[in-house]
Design a protein around this ligand. Structure first.
Ligand SMILES: [Cu+2]
Length: 124
């Protein structure tokens, strides 16, 4: 029993490898959990804080320096599960400073819940 307890703190894969025919993965395990295999016990899950990042590419259609945002007509971003669209992003100051309307760029975006932020852009 101790054996099973220790394993359940790890991965369901470990259980399978062990050849034990116990119940499947714990129901509580969130499907979208980030890859924090070893730290799960130490860190009570905080998916909202972890965020996701992706790399997109598109054309800058607006820059709002006062608001600290850029609008990008972008293609699909698999890293964050987004389809193609035109949207306004929050952007770090360095990005706002160098973004130019009409420029085609590749950009890094981080998404936390409903917030998204462009953290870097590169000419494409
Ligand atoms: Cu979008």
């Amino acid at each position: 029993m101790k054996h099973a307890l220790i394993l359940s703190a790890g991965l369901a894969v470990a259980l399978a490898a062990c050849g034990q025919k116990t119940e499947p993965a714990p129901v509580e395990a969130p499907t979208a959990a980030p890859a924090t295999t070893g730290d799960m016990a130490a860190m009570p899950m905080a998916p909202a804080e972890a965020g996701k990042s992706g790399v997109g590419s598109g054309v800058i259609t607006a820059v709002d320096a006062a608001a600290g945002s850029v609008t990008i007509d972008h293609g699909p971003i698999p890293g964050v599960g987004w389809p193609a669209m035109t949207m306004s992003f929050k952007a770090v100051p360095a990005v706002v400073a160098k973004a130019k309307v009409g420029e085609r760029v590749q950009f890094d975006v981080t998404v936390r819940g409903r917030e998204s932020e462009v953290t870097a852009i590169r000419p494409e």
